[in-house]
Write a protein that binds this ligand. Structure first.
Ligand code: FES
Length: 577
């Protein structure tokens, strides 16, 4: 052994407790040498790499190529790569909802980062919940960490039309439900919507979190947008490998990157890309791990002065590969420059402003609009308040029908997912296009896991009549790829006795996006009477992860994290505007 066993670096970190540190290191080295490594290799900075490849996660389907490129970058820069598995979560494969497992993945990531010897780590994630889980875990673990995004899938082509997951999945399915297309066409398009491995090709949650991760300073410059199967993506992976070695050498901890300024930059970008509403929940959870609370009212104020500039579905027209071809995040960040904290540090050890100076020059393109000619004049997401949501609710106004944003209607209530499935397509359902669909019990504890069921399908009989949108309200989430006038994340949720639980068929509900209001037009006395009539029964479980989840999960305004995982002390609120 060439170094003292007390040196807290590389394989000398975090020795197993045998009561004799020298023996612990001796044993560890003996075992790792079993894979053919030399002392020379073991003296290098040790870089852990999370391998989140899984047959159940096609969004991570380029993992073998990414791992090879990252390892190459690490070795070229003089580090020793050590890959290790963590759980992986694929959106359409994890029941009851991927969100139910996000915190488990964050705990897996945090504890494996703590338990195993490494000087820094590369987090490889892509599908919706994986990047948030990894950032949450790494934020809590505290060591130098860099995010590598798997990258978006390519677009497909269906009967001459460009299609991509998953905005077009929903659009075609809605057309099928409305009997606008037949079984043959829905089968044909099913082959084209996901034409390669990688994450959804629109500005859904995965793409949003990729952009957010870059805005946080957690990826190498340009790390958000290259599609999964491109050479650009592999170059990003190699650069990630060489960059993380420098981070390990300079001990650039995650606490110097995930600052209040970084979170404000990320929120600014989230608003300007017309990003997924889910990212608010994830950013809240990541910030919570660093000791920051998210101020939803301040976020809304920030939204009023941040236009949507990126023309991607579901708010606009294009797909991620087009955003990448338009210069990716550098093009957007340049446009947002006056609104950003350019002195925020990134994983390269340089500031965001310095990286923008080094980025390739701008060129004419039609995906990222100038601030003077936005897609939407305000940020994509508005925060609502009112007696129906005392803890707040949100709406993706950039993907909503402008005609419905000031609306009052009669409530048509569904008590939960089973009730919805049973009645939504019934010809007997008493519903009109002007009504407001209300779905209860899909919040963090209600479903559980706050599933993406807030995109309540339009009643079939209305869809057949050509109705394309209605005001819909729930305590759940919706996919970032969805569109419509949909109020989400109503807090507190109905399962813990929030006012949403008290809504009854026929009540009047008023939505005013302009006034940022969601109001149940029922008197306080009547609501108090109803609350007495229907005592709350908070969901419980007897054992296992479900018990932990139901007993400790927080509401949407706290990030749906487990209460014991947030930082023990609050350092401040973000954004500070
Ligand atoms: Fe994985 Fe959309 S399903 S990113």
């Amino acid at each position: 052994m060439t170094k003292d066993a007390d040196d807290p670096a590389g394989m000398r970190k975090g020795l197993v407790n045998y009561g004799d540190a020298g023996f612990s290191l001796f044993l560890r080295k003996a075992f790792i040498k079993g894979s053919g490594l030399t002392d020379h290799a073991l003296d290098r900075p040790v870089i852990g790499i999370t391998d989140t490849g899984s047959g159940y996660n096609p969004c991570h389907g380029n993992m073998p190529q990414l791992l090879e490129a990252v390892q190459r970058g690490i070795m070229l820069a003089g580090g020793l790569p050590v890959k290790f598995p963590t759980i992986s979560i694929g959106e359409s494969f994890a029941a009851p909802t991927s969100m139910y497992l996000r915190n488990l993945m964050s705990m897996d990531t945090e504890e494996m980062l703590r338990a195993q010897p490494m000087d820094a780590v590369v987090l490889i994630g892509g599908c919706d919940k994986t990047v948030p889980a990894q950032l949450m875990g790494a934020a809590s673990a505290g060591l130098p960490a860099i995010q590598l995004i798997t990258g978006s899938m390519l677009t497909g082509s269906h009967r001459g039309e460009v299609v991509g997951a998953c905005t077009d999945c929903r659009r075609y399915w809605a057309r099928f439900r409305a009997e606008d297309i037949d079984a043959q066409e829905i089968a044909d398009v099913n082959d084209q919507l996901v034409p390669s491995v990688g994450t959804c090709s629109v500005m859904g949650t995965a793409s949003t979190m990729a952009c957010v991760a870059e805005a946080l300073g957690m990826t190498v410059p340009g790390g958000a947008t290259p599609p999964a199967v491109t050479a650009d993506r592999m170059r990003v992976a190699e650069l990630t490998g060489s960059t993380v070695v420098q981070m390990a050498k300079s001990r650039l901890g995650i606490d110097r990157i995930l600052t209040d300024k970084a979170f404000e930059n990320a929120m600014r970008v989230l608003l300007a890309i017309g990003g997924s509403t889910n990212a608010i929940v994830h950013l809240t959870a990541i910030a919570g791990r660093m000791g920051f609370e998210v101020d939803l009212k301040a976020l809304d104020r920030m939204g009023r002065e941040t236009p949507v500039l990126v023309d991607l579905k579901p708010s606009g027209e294009h797909y991620m590969e087009h955003f990448h071809a338009a210069g990716g995040m550098a093009t957007l960040l340049r446009e947002l420059k006056p609104l950003l904290h350019l002195d925020a540090l990134t994983v390269t050890g340089r500031t965001l402003g310095e990286e923008l100076e080094r980025a390739r020059p701008s060129f004419p393109q039609d995906v990222v609009r100038p601030r003077g000619n936005p897609i939407y004049p305000q940020g994509g997401i508005a925060v609502l308040q009112g007696n129906l949501a005392p803890g707040g609710a949100i709406i993706k106004q950039s993907a909503a029908d402008p005609k419905l944003m000031e609306h009052e209607g009669r409530a048509v209530v569904f008590e939960g997912l089973e009730d919805l499935a049973r009645r939504i397509d019934s010809d007997d359902l008493d519903v009109n296009a002007d009504d407001v669909l209300v779905l209860k019990n899909i919040g963090p504890k209600g479903a559980p896991g706050m599933p993406e069921a807030g995109y309540i399908p339009l009643p079939r009989k209305l869809a057949r009549q050509g109705v394309k949108d209605m005001v819909r309200i729930s305590d759940g989430r919706m996919s970032g790829t969805a569109f419509g006038t949909i109020v989400l994340h109503v807090t507190p949720e109905s399962a813990v006795g929030g006012p949403l639980a008290l809504v009854r068929n026929g009540d009047r509900i008023r939505l005013s996006v302009d006034a940022r209001e969601i109001a149940l037009l029922v008197s306080d006395e009547e609501l108090a009477r109803r609350a007495q009539e229907q005592p709350v029964q908070v969901p419980r479980a007897d054992r296992g992860y479900r018990k932990l989840f139901l007993e400790t999960v927080t509401q949407a305004d706290k990030g749906v994290d487990f209460d014991f995982l947030a930082a023990p002390q609050v350092r401040g609120r973000v954004p500070r505007t």
